[in-house]
Ligand binder design. Structure first.
Ligand SMILES: Nc1ncnc2c1ncn2[C@@H]1O[C@H](COP(=O)(O)OP(=O)(O)OP(=O)(O)O)[C@@H](O)[C@H]1O
Ligand SMILES: [Mg+2]
Length: 296
């Protein structure tokens, strides 16, 4: 079986979980050093696995439990922007301007009236199609992977959490996210090939940790779109837990139609239908994140 290693130097199989897996060994929760906001990337280079749903609902859930949150949309699709009640076509400044240093985060961040009305308000650094050009425009710029990190430093005292929604690729944009993060939240569906794409992501995180960002200390796997009636999902979930131990968040996000409907109303599910199972799971996940950072 092909093996790869995670940022803690633990080995795990590169393919899907099969048969008996080795125990996970040491703890994930190594110390992260810096003060100010805790910064997390929501990343998985697979498309459509629930990154944006996780980012906006975790942001709303954290706001609901009293945390100050900045949500950064690092995806030119702008789904996290729209899903937070902000029209991506009407933004004066976006994360593109921040990366190109034509605006600061303080100038570019916006709030959303819909979120304020829903009682779960967080700040938004939005994105739109313009961001797709940043990749090319950053090519000749020195320390291009650190542009976002430098910009965040100016506002880190304003927040408890910064959440970054990454695009479905391991691009310069995702690298900018990883360079400023303390941790990476990886949403995963409990399917047979659940671990396959993880190898590249884990290797990238390992390289960033070794060469660019020593603060990148945590990787956490979040089981999403979970349906307990499907035996295979239950089995893969058990194997993930058995193999990765503490790296797997305790909270499980169920497949829930209200979470899928919420973006068309420009709202996170947590605001759109707080009583839904999906919304309740994300508030529980927010509480788990608050507990975890207390232990950091
Ligand atoms: N727990 C859930 N229950 C039901 N539907 C969900 C759930 N999570 C996400 N979805 C739906 O699955 C689709 C993909 O989710 P999402 O956009 O969050 O994924 P993504 O990883 O951000 O995609 P991309 O890679 O394109 O950025 C969306 O239509 C979303 O509404
Ligand atoms: Mg997305």
């Amino acid at each position: 079986m092909n093996m790869t290693t995670n940022p803690d130097g633990q080995e795990f199989p590169a393919g899907p979980p099969q048969g008996k897996l080795a125990p996970s060994g040491g703890s994930v929760l190594r110390e992260a050093k810096s003060v100010g906001a805790r910064i997390f990337c929501v990343a998985n280079q697979k498309g459509g696995v629930g990154k944006t749903t996780t980012t906006v609902n975790l942001a709303a859930g954290l706001a609901k439990v009293g945390q100050r949150v900045l949500m950064i949309d690092l995806d030119p699709q702008g789904n996290a922007t729209m899903g937070s009640g902000v029209d991506k076509r009407k933004l004066e400044f976006t994360v593109y301007d921040v990366l190109l240093e034509s605006a600061s985060i303080a100038e570019a961040r916006v709030t959303s009236q819909k979120l304020i009305d829903g009682g779960c308000s967080y700040d938004i650094l939005g994105a739109n199609r313009e961001l797709a050009g940043a990749e090319v425009e950053l090519v000749d710029i020195e320390r291009r992977e650190k542009r976002l990190k430098l910009a965040i430093e100016a506002v880190t005292a304003d927040y408890d959490f910064v959440l970054i929604d990454c695009p479905p690729s391991l691009s310069m944009l995702t690298l900018n996210g990883l360079c400023c993060a303390h941790g990476v939240i990886v949403p995963m569906q409990c399917e047979y090939f659940a671990l396959e794409g993880l190898t590249d992501l884990v290797n990238t995180i390992k390289q960033v940790h070794a060469n660019l960002n020593k603060d990148l200390a945590i990787i956490g796997l979040l089981r999403v779109m979970f349906d307990p009636r499907i035996t295979l999902q239950q089995q893969v979930s058990d194997q993930l837990k058995q193999h990765f131990g503490e790296k797997v968040f305790n909270t499980v996000i169920p497949r829930n139609v209200r979470l899928a409907e919420a973006p068309s109303y420009g709202l996170p599910g947590v605001v759109f239908d707080p009583s839904s199972k999906g919304a309740q799971a994300f508030v529980a996940f927010a509480e788990e994140m608050v507990q975890r950072i207390k232990a950091m």
